[in-house]
Design a protein around this ligand. Structure first.
Ligand SMILES: Nc1ncnc2c1ncn2[C@@H]1O[C@H](COP(=O)(O)OP(=O)(O)OP(=O)(O)O)[C@@H](O)[C@H]1O
Ligand SMILES: [Mg+2]
Length: 241
């Protein structure tokens, strides 16, 4: 059975899509079978970040509506499988429809990663509906950390008892100068188990524009590798030695 994680944050723009994609790429490189699904209905981004926007014809909404098969809608980029989100919110999907769709694919993947939209509304709940656990993503600033704490409470209310936490865009210097929160402050505020710290890395920005994977030795890629191993149950230190 696939392990299914939804990536959530509360506030937008903290790096949910970038982090979910980085981890998915790392998983596929390690030989794990992984599907990443965009749940940002109307504002999808993963197709661009993966450099496949020109090849998207169908999305998971089309599958639910019976317009195409799963095979027609899932795009394979190397060994990574990608399910695009609907371009518009003009159809209503139920949690049950979404759950059933991804349950069908259970045996085909080791991991399924669901990239939730910003906010804590209907679309967020839909993204959570097929997942078995939630990964909270925040940047280390008080505004995003507070919204991440609210998202943590919300996912707990939805039944995810032990959400995990990733701090993204971490920079050492401003933290020591007190402008941003330190790692302990983030953990205390969100009250979730930390599974990774991803540094600020310009390679992520260029990659999301070009659709080309960041260098494997870039600081963020190395952080994604460690998170991937931890999600796969391996004991890996949070930081590089
Ligand atoms: N570790 C990082 N270092 C530098 N830039 C980053 C990092 N993570 C994300 N970014 C940049 O931050 C911006 C927002 O990232 P992303 O789209 O992944 O956020 P998001 O939380 O998915 O946003 P939304 O809530 O709108 O879906 C992008 O320009 C991305 O390149
Ligand atoms: Mg996003």
């Amino acid at each position: 059975m696939a392990k299914k994680y939804v990536f959530v944050s509360g506030k937008g723009g903290v790096g949910k899509s970038s982090v979910a994609l980085g981890i998915a790429r790392s998983m596929s490189e390690k030989g794990l079978r992984v599907l990443i699904a965009d749940f940002d209905i109307g504002l999808r981004s993963l197709d661009l970040m993966l450099g496949v926007s020109e090849t998207v014809v169908f999305d998971w909404g089309d599958v639910i509506l019976g317009r195409c098969s799963i095979k027609d809608a899932v795009i394979n980029k190397g060994s990574l499988a990608f399910f695009p989100a609907p371009v518009a919110f003009d159809e209503a999907f139920t949690a049950e429809e979404v759950r059933n769709l991804f349950d069908v694919l259970d045996g085909d993947f080791d991991f399924m990663l669901f990239d939730a939209p910003a906010g804590l509304g209907e679309a967020f709940e839909l993204a959570c509906s097929a997942a078995g656990n939630a990964v909270l993503v925040t940047t280390p600033d008080s505004v995003c950390v507070r919204s991440c704490g609210t998202a943590a409470a919300k996912v707990r209310a939805l039944g995810f008892e032990n959400p995990e936490l990733i701090i993204n865009r971490f920079v050492e210097k401003p933290v020591t100068k007190g402008r941003l929160l330190n790692i302990d402050d983030c953990i205390d505020s969100v009250a979730a188990k930390l599974i990774g710290v991803v540094p600020e890395d310009f390679a992520i920005v260029t990659s999301s524009v070009t659709g080309i994977q960041p260098d494997k030795n870039s600081p963020a890629s190395k952080a994604f590798d460690r998170i991937c191993l931890r999600l796969n149950g391996e004991r890996v230190p949070l930081f590089e030695d």
